[in-house]
Write a protein that binds this ligand. Sequence first.
Ligand SMILES: [Zn+2]
Length: 281
Amino acid sequence: MTHVFISVDMEGIAGVATPAQVHRGTDDYERSRALMAGEVNAAIEGAYAGGATRVTVNDGHGDNANLRPEELDTRATLLMGQPKLAGGMMAGAQDAHIALLIGYHAAAGTTGAVLDHTVSGGAFARIRVDGEVWGEADVNAAIAAQFGTPIGLVTGDDKVCRSFASRYPLGPHAMALTVDVKASLGNGVIHSLHPEVARERIQIAAEAAVTRVAAATADTRPEPPAPHSLRATLRRTAQADHCMLVPGTVRASAYDVEYACTDALELRNMLKLFSITAAAA
Ligand SMILES: [Zn+2]
């Protein structure tokens, strides 16, 4: 029995470059939904070819209701809507044997990265955890570690793939492959593979990742979680003022607030809570 979990975002999908493509209400967005489904279906196909017996998909972009259920491979089940309290983009990974991150993008503040942001582009200029700049892939890798679920594959633009591969090199506790589906040339500029080529590469990599975890004899579970010190740099001082309404929050500067998290799940919840609070400012 191999349960494969797939977390999917939209900014790192092949052919997606501009804000209009990732925001509901535009004709571009409707096409992005189909592009997103295409890459998810490629990952599902690869997962089953690699030995999966169950696949759970978590739609993690925007309102978390981008994937049209009828467009998905019938063998998978879909988690949609928000807020997903038990892990956000990783909710559903708790009892999975491997997690695949599809359509991911670089951390807020990454130079030359397409649509770079962390959780909320409107709220956060940068997120640091334990002194390091973290993006959504890093937050979700920490949540996966807390669940004891290894990350098997990250796909997206070249910047997120390079960051993930350098931060979590292949080893006994980390086994993520990466697939760049596009090169980022700026915040709104990409040099992309054709969607069908991207899907072929994702399918092959997903099969390889799932085959590896299904055949693993050694313990591939990630390192146990640790407490995390969160520092959020808001875009406006009024947003930082509002975040101070959250009990336990410390003001570190005009734009920065800090919070001591007991684990990665609390870190994810605090990012969500700060972003909601900042939106009221
Ligand atoms: Zn997104």
